[in-house]
Ligand binder design. Structure first.
Ligand code: SF4
Ligand code: SF4
Ligand code: SF4
Length: 173
């Protein structure tokens, strides 16, 4: 996994490097707080972030800034705080939409239907175990058929729809 420009992944890799190479473990706020922040960031980059995670990261990093014994720990926590405030949108996209704009977080992907390829056959909707696909089959005498699309919040990325689509219209993005 490459961090590229994804701020969430950049902070995660920075903290992992800090924990491995610089953190001495002599004070609890820095040691426990850093480990906890790594856990939370891993969850977010794996598409399992929860709404309260941004506040949680902010609280932990603020606590470390206030209580850590040395500048190393305070600076590492400040890096997290700065990222949270400068890239709040990106954190929210990861958590709420399970979306990584940089496509750096490999487990955050979404299934989408390419409307130009879709033949409106309905096979995907029939196999979707999560009821995540919306739309109506093509009826030749109707001009207002509802195109198929995938509700990402319901989609578990099981791949069933991909397997049945003969038009190759379902794409992982
Ligand atoms: S704040 Fe400094 S002293 Fe405390 S664990 Fe972190 S690196 Fe060590
Ligand atoms: S199976 Fe493929 S072609 Fe058929 S409705 Fe779904 S996306 Fe469209
Ligand atoms: S990947 Fe699975 S859950 Fe998501 S839309 Fe396709 S069939 Fe439904």
């Amino acid at each position: 996994m490459s961090s590229d420009g994804c701020p969430v992944l950049i902070v995660l890799e920075f903290l992992k490097g800090f924990a491995k190479d610089k953190m001495c473990g002599k004070c609890l706020p820095c040691m426990l707080g850093t480990v906890r922040m790594i856990d939370v960031l891993e969850r977010i980059t794996n598409g399992k972030g929860e709404e309260e995670d941004i506040v949680l990261l902010d609280e932990i990093s603020s606590y470390i800034v206030d209580t850590a014994r040395c500048k190393l720990g305070k600076d590492a926590a400040t890096f997290v705080k700065d990222s949270l405030s400068s890239s709040k949108n990106e954190y929210e996209e990861h958590i709420k939409d399970k979306y990584c704009a940089q496509k750096s977080c490999e487990t955050i992907v979404s299934y989408q239907i390419n409307s130009e390829k879709c033949t409106i056959c309905g096979a995907c909707k029939e196999v979707c175990p999560e009821d995540a696909i919306v739309g109506e089959k093509m009826v030749s005498y109707l001009s207002d058929n509802k195109p198929y699309y995938i509700k990402n919040k319901k989609c578990t990325k099981c791949g069933e729809c991909l397997a049945v689509c003969e038009a190759d219209a379902i794409e992982i993005v």
